[in-house]
Write a new protein. Sequence first.
Length: 93
Amino acid sequence: MNPALQTLQTALAQLRAGTLSVQAFSTQARQLDALLTTLPPRYGEVLLGLLDRLESSALFTDESCSFSHHDLQDSVQLWLDKASALLAAADHG
């Protein structure tokens, strides 16, 4: 796995475990400019949208109909999986 993606994967695991705040996770993810430039532009747009929603969800202590913490974290995991697969395919093809 790409080192930047691995860093983000580890941060997501810490977020899920409650040992990393949403703000700290978002800050780490937003600092991965080099990673985002290696991916198609749409990947950056999607990730930034997810981060915006995660930050907004942090304003709510409970799950709300608009912001499910768990669902947003699952969406970030899906983004990581797709980005990893794309980079792996590019490295091998």
